[in-house]
Design a protein around this ligand. Structure first.
Ligand code: SAM
Length: 176
């Protein structure tokens, strides 16, 4: 039993980054997060696409549109742990052992411009390498390190479609 883990994506712009934001949510679901929160523009279509993935492949990622900064403040004020993924942070393999696991965790990923307060509000500013790259890559690597192997090898009990990994071809089991 782990404490709740949510991913918060700041500053979503509907016309500009739906694809990368969908990928963030898919990584959140596949690698073990319980919820995905979006601040910025609302996007019902994006949430409905995610629901359809969970209906086929299982799991129940909670999706919510939120006011980013107040959600983050409330999370920290109520005793939660907040990890901000940023290239300016502390190396993630060094940081992870110091992050407490007995509290709900919120992982914050930025958009075009990250407000300076995010750095101050979060107890941990964590880097996946100190080079600029992608929020999707940073989130995936962080979650894999946080959960260990079980992160990227997650199984969903209520899946209708289960893929059996194979070197050649596609094997998909349809569960009755
Ligand atoms: N220019 C933005 C800023 O004000 O910092 C960052 C843009 S970057 C493409 C979007 C997000 O990717 C960042 O906010 C951060 O969450 C994530 N990111 C990019 N490189 C990272 C790294 N090396 N380590 C951790 N997160 C990273």
């Amino acid at each position: 039993m782990h404490e709740r883990l949510d991913v918060l994506r700041l500053g979503y712009r509907k016309g500009r980054d739906p694809r990368i934001t969908t990928h963030l949510a898919l990584v959140s679901r596949a690698f073990g997060a319980d919820g995905f929160m979006l601040s910025g523009d609302e996007d019902k279509e994006l949430f409905s696409n995610l629901k359809s993935v969970s209906e086929r492949f299982g799991g129940s990622l909670d999706t919510n549109h939120v006011k980013g900064m107040s959600t983050l403040k409330q999370h920290v004020a109520s005793g939660g742990v907040a990890v901000h993924l940023t290239m300016y942070g502390e190396p993630y393999r060094k940081a992870i052992p110091s992050i407490r696991r007995d509290r709900p965790l919120m992982i914050i990923v930025g958009g075009a411009k990250v407000p300076g307060d995010v750095y101050k509000l979060c107890q941990h500013n964590v880097a996946v390498g100190n080079q600029p790259h992608s929020e999707v890559a940073a989130l995936a690597l962080f979650l894999e390190a946080w959960f260990g192997d079980s992160g990227s090898d997650k199984k969903f009990e209520d899946a209708r479609l289960v893929i059996e990994g194979t070197n050649k071809g596609k094997i998909v089991h349809e569960i009755e």
